[in-house]
Write a protein that binds this ligand. Structure first.
Ligand SMILES: C[S@@+](CC[C@H](N)C(=O)[O-])C[C@H]1O[C@@H](n2cnc3c(N)ncnc32)[C@H](O)[C@@H]1O
Length: 297
């Protein structure tokens, strides 16, 4: 049964009780989530909620309904309907992968490279909610940004986030999408599905609420889709173009080795996320002729 606000309960008391409920439910950051839920209901930033709590404000109506949902391990972002990614607040919900903080570092690499170019053409393969593509459109003035998504459900969320930012969104398979534009992009960025088939995530928020199609990369090592993204990047990029892709820490050596063994790539670099883990790899498309699939344009 959903707990209710006891009569006269202050915001501070409600936050403490909610933190206890979320702790008991195994939520990893119970206090933060309690504050974020209150902030969502009150329409105020968390800092202001803390001040209101200190000043003895009353708990908002409906607070414990949201706490009960979170205690069922429904992702916080599905309850609030929004996810923060770099400077943006994105619309998210069931059917779309919730953007993660580590992906902000991958977007940064793509943005840094795109900022060195005039009117760069950039494509995000497997865009999900549209997070990376939206961040690039937001932070790289003049960029011509494309995004590809296979899942119609995720595509619908991406449409909400990308249409206002003039990103060209394609419903299609990253393996063959944009074939008519091969050899025309300056930057290809991707956070593809990459979890190995047997590595089922433990957290209910991920296992039960992130779409399966967003998680599993295919094959025992999870590398089928990452490798497909690299193959597509090789055909989509101009000579000298930049490719960057997120992956699991354990996959870094295999991805670097695969790219180094392909003459279409040079300057293969592994990058760390903010916690120092090897979570993405970049490479430059070689200027030389492509033995497998000739570069156009
Ligand atoms: C790990 S999620 C990343 C989403 C988003 N880029 C982000 O970082 O938040 C991978 C995304 O790739 C999409 N996807 C899976 N297979 C695909 C395919 N063959 N072609 C295009 N997109 C695909 C999934 O639906 C999902 O949205």
């Amino acid at each position: 049964m959903t707990e209710q606000i006891s009569s006269g309960e202050t915001l501070e008391e409600a936050l403490a009780r909610a933190t206890g409920i979320l702790t008991d439910a195994g939520v990893p950051s119970p206090r933060v989530d309690a504050h974020l839920l209150a902030a969502h209901l009150l329409g105020e930033p968390v800092g202001r909620v803390k001040t209101m709590a200190l000043l003895g404000a009353a708990a908002p109506a409906g607070f414990f309904e949201l706490v009960a949902e979170r205690a069922l391990r429904i992702p916080l972002q599905h309850i609030t309907g929004t996810a923060h990614f770099r400077r943006l607040e994105l619309a998210v919900g069931p059917g779309a992968f919730i953007p993660r903080p580590e992906t902000e570092s991958v977007a940064q690499l793509a943005i840094d490279h795109a900022l060195t170019l005039i009117r760069p053409r950039v494509v995000d393969l497997g865009t999900g909610s549209g997070a990376i593509a939206a961040a690039i459109a937001d932070e790289v003035p003049g960029a011509d940004v494309y995004a590809v998504e296979f899942s119609p459900l995720a595509h619908a969320w991406a449409e909400r986030n990308l249409q206002p930012r003039s990103v060209t969104l394609i419903l299609g398979d990253l393996r063959d999408a944009l074939g008519e534009e091969d050899g025309t992009f300056d930057v290809v960025v991707s956070n593809p599905p990459y979890i190995p088939s047997e590595a089922v995530p433990r957290e209910p928020e991920v296992a039960e609420h992130d779409p399966q199609i967003a998680l599993y990369g295919g094959g025992r090592d999870g590398l089928e889709l990452p490798w497909a993204a690299a193959l597509s990047a090789a055909r989509l990029l101009v000579p000298g173009g930049y490719f960057v892709m997120e992956h699991a820490e354990v996959q870094a050596p295999a991805i670097a080795a695969l790219l180094r063994s392909d003459p279409r790539w040079e300057t293969v670099l592994t990058h760390q996320d903010l916690t120092g883990r090897d979570r993405s790899t970049s490479a430059l498309r070689t200027e030389c002729a492509n033995p497998g699939a000739p570069v156009k344009g």
